[in-house]
Design a protein around this ligand. Sequence first.
Ligand code: XMP
Length: 535
Amino acid sequence: MQASSPGSQAISTLARHDRILILDFGSQVTQLIARRVRESGTYCEIWPFNAASDERIKAYNPKGIILSGGPASVTEFESPRAPQSVFEMNVPVFGICYGQQTMVEQLGGKVESGHSREFGRAYVDIQEKSPITEGLWNTGAHEQVWMSHGDRVTQLPEGFRVVGTSEGAPFAFIANDERKFFGVQFHPEVVHTPHGAALLKNFTRDICGCHGDWTMAAFKDEAIAKIRKQVGSAKVICGLSGGVDSSVTAVLLHEAIGDQLTCIYVDTGLMRTGESDQVVELFREHYNIPLIHEDASELFLGALTGVTDPEIKRKAIGALFIEVFEEVAGRVSGDSKSVEFLAQGTLYPDVIESVSFTGGPSVTIKSHHNVGGLPDRMNLKLIEPLRELFKDEVRALGIELGLHPDFVKRHPFPGPGLAIRIPGAITADKLKILRHADQIYLEEIRNAGLYDAIWQAFAVLLPVQSVGVMGDARSYDSVCALRAVTSTDGMTADTYPFSHEFLGRVATRIINEVRGIGRVVYDITSKPPGTIEWE
Ligand code: XMP
């Protein structure tokens, strides 16, 4: 992940909105806290606990602060702490799991390690009412929550009382009503705590007094005004990939600056059936956005000839993409050099600075296809109007901008396209076979009404041939693997549990209709240990 400068951008663009600050202690689910807070209509940002200086927090001016969970133990030497100023700013604080424990420790209470571990589903018994449970949980309620802890609070700081208990945590839910400090041992941000989102909403709206003024309609108007101010009369280019993020970026920019925007669609020839035509038709015909459709399929196929190693393949595609894009952008600019900006659909998850407990950069699993280096090479300034948004907010913004719901709900598609779904060398024939199989598979998924329940579904053409019998004759054709996963962010994934009947129907259609495929298998590997794409 690329480092951001927390808060700096938001302060200038979103100063009129109520804001919550989430301090991250490295939990796997910190992003979900932000999702729930934003769903409550409140803008928020995630900062690493150690990147939050007193001045920076003060300048951000949060109406409330949430302390996330994390993998450390507060009982360990030099384990992370929240800046002490968090508790002295006179704003409400909500500590979750590790966040609760460090709050307790920092305010004079005690935490002990290892006595009772609770992982997964648990129940909290509400012992007393609290303003944060108003309208949600009454005294005596027995509420399902999700726990993941080895340490627990054993002594409360002054001014705190117990709101709820669980079997393993006598201080599972605590409150200091006067200072508006709350702490929970469980995770309200995950769906396995059914009323967790409502609890976080009570915190942001009732306790912190946020007004719920973070809506996509408001965001759109502000983003348009900001783009106009930033761009003035200059020209902007935007690379379209056919995906949701770049499409929403382009439509937003077009609404802001009209024909000052030119979109560039580099057609790698690695797209699915009809995809390139759809992009051209949508932007050029429907939106009337100046669009250059650069057919570079021959170039890409040439560059990939005989390349079998996945990393070399990815790098070759990335490098060629930049080369072609640069060349086309040069043409748009011409001699006047009037293009000043490059627009990109970077999302908030890409700019969140993550907390590293390993101390070093993580291992590269795959070189992602991105155009991050372009602005410097081309001496362009960058516009990233979606930088503050999560994926589902981008979808909501797309709808707000008039994009069709079917379009904004499309599954993600990787930059290197079908090339990473053909292990081994790529040929035009193989691309044709894969396109056809993929088309049938997705058609059947749509017909069965399953498309929206799946994060991503696609076919993979394996470099394996297998013997079969077709019409009394021996066949020796390729094997096609089908993949379908559920996920919330692509970081982890589960396979989609299709019925055997559905899989059988797809396999029969593919073998009957696609010349060159003789066997179909279903990939049941989750991520981890697998990845979503095959290469
Ligand atoms: P993996 O295969 O790493 O994929 O589990 C996670 C998600 O990322 C997509 N993906 C890419 N997206 N450029 C992209 O824009 C890439 O190079 C790339 N590689 C993988 C993948 O489709 C999945 O949604």
